[in-house]
Design a binder for this molecule. Structure first.
Ligand SMILES: [Zn+2]
Length: 256
């Protein structure tokens, strides 16, 4: 989206913030209309499909914008449902036995030969192991180059201090597992749309996911998953309006 930032070295924080707030208010209106239209058109069918899986739910939670973490045993699945559409879900995964063996975006891009995460994608670690596989995906296009939003970069971009952010959420979630900010590598952003153009330029643009779209990931080892359901209000990654997602951990039926 062009014009999302007020550019220039001499722009003051207050000017940048006024621009960001005015733009966000305008874009939020448009985004809410788009989401309501999509929900009326496809919401019930998509959500119905998202709630079908060949196994038993271990847990089923609605997660508001903020941190979330869980451990998954090898073979179990994690399903992330975008309930309202266009909601970035920032995602990290670690080997449960060795947190230094963690998601590595560059290795994952190399092994899958794409910057866009989708069905069949193997999430590769620092030590060249597959931690999880994306086994279902109703969107077809997720990001792993845009990184997580942070309070500091929000200030830099939008002139507003103290905003909630995915980096803060990651730190909160990681602390529960004895980890620190340095344990945050480049992450995946499910449902976030960051196209890379032919000339190499890239930016966050409107999300492609509609209400009820989902991804399903299978753990290939025992893993620790750390998520920030993105609280960003000043760019399109969360439709200018952060909303809850539904996260289901499930165990496949025998023979599946
Ligand atoms: Zn974020």
């Amino acid at each position: 989206m062009a014009g999302i930032l007020l550019e220039g070295d001499h722009v003051k924080d207050e000017e940048r913030a006024a621009h960001a707030r005015a733009l966000a208010a305008k874009e939020r209106e448009k985004s809410l209309r788009r989401a309501a239209e999509a929900k009326a058109r496809v919401g019930p069918q998509k959500l119905g499909a998202a709630l079908q899986f060949p196994g038993t739910a271990i847990s089923d939670r609605v997660v508001e914008p903020g941190p979330f973490t869980c451990k998954l045993a090898k073979g179990d699945h994690l399903r992330i449902i975008d309930l309202e559409g266009q909601q970035a879900v920032d995602f990290l995964v670690y080997d449960a036995e060795n947190h230094e063996n963690r998601y590595n975006a560059a290795n994952t891009i190399k092994i899958n030969r794409s910057v866009y995460v989708g069905k069949g994608f193997k999430l590769v670690s620092d030590l060249g192991e597959v931690l999880m596989t994306v086994v279902e995906d109703t969107v077809g296009h997720h990001d792993t180059i845009g990184g997580c939003c942070s309070t500091e970069v929000n200030h830099m971009r939008y002139g507003i201090k103290g905003t909630p952010s995915c980096r803060t959420n990651f730190i909160t979630a990681l602390r529960a597992h004895g980890m620190e900010p340095r344990d945050i590598p480049a992450n995946i952003n499910f449902f976030m749309n960051v196209p890379v153009r032919h000339d190499g330029s890239t930016e966050i643009v409107d999300g492609l996911s509609e209400p009820g779209d989902y991804v399903d990931l299978r753990a290939e080892k025992d893993v620790l998953v750390v998520i920030s359901n993105c609280p960003q209000q000043f760019n399109p990654c969360s439709g200018w309006n952060p909303t809850p997602v539904r996260i289901i951990e499930w165990h496949p039926s025998r023979g599946k």
